[in-house]
Ligand binder design. Sequence first.
Ligand SMILES: CSCC[C@H](NC=O)C(=O)N[C@@H](C)C(=O)N[C@@H](CO)C(=O)O
Ligand SMILES: [Fe+2]
Length: 225
Amino acid sequence: MARINAMAKRGSSPPKDQRVASPADLLFESPLEIVKYPDPRLRANNKRIATFDDNLKELVHEMFDIMYKTDGIGLSAPQVGVNVQLMVFNPVGERGEGEEIVLVNPRVIQSSKKRVRFNEGCLSFPGIYADVHRPESVKVDAQDITGERFMVDLSGLPARVFQHEFDHLQGIVFSDRMTGEVLDSISAGLQKLENEYEVSTGLPSPERIEVLRKKVAVGFGRPRA
Ligand SMILES: CSCC[C@H](NC=O)C(=O)N[C@@H](C)C(=O)N[C@@H](CO)C(=O)O
Ligand SMILES: [Fe+2]
């Protein structure tokens, strides 16, 4: 309370990770479409959800729909242009099989020291697969579709999918986690997506793998995820 009063006095806004979505932030157009790299919605701030209503249930339903249709095993809300803290996944990737998991406002409480490599693909980078290292297991605190809080321990593929989607909720994409060498191996694919974005929107690409690679080559490093 003291913190909120202090913020009100100074007229400042809450930190980015504590902003709450208004009902308007949760509106979506049906059918959903997958947002592709380098669309800036993949880099935008994703607000926390405080309204657990029928609109949220419908959004989750449609996210599973498009996830299965596009051969995904996980999907985050920013990937369908809704910038809120929501992800769905089913590591089996088939409707009616495996378990459908919905996580609202997830937070990582603990990650294993042990990291493992996995050849990942992302629905926002169609056709591109590459190796990414991540912790083998994670402990997560989240809310369910009704707003109830719960904790879950994930390992193996569920932990992998969760972390991939959790990154999306922080505006991080899987290529940010690749080594320079691995990134080089997919740079032609990334440039193709950048060109497609420019043609379809008439806008300059907000990110360019070529510029990033040149910066790394002259020693400016690369932004850490
Ligand atoms: C391994 S984490 C991948 C999660 C990703 N979610 C959103 O971008 C995803 O579903 N990617 C798909 C390309 C994917 O991994 N599909 C499976 C099943 O077809 C695959 O093995 O390619
Ligand atoms: Fe992804």
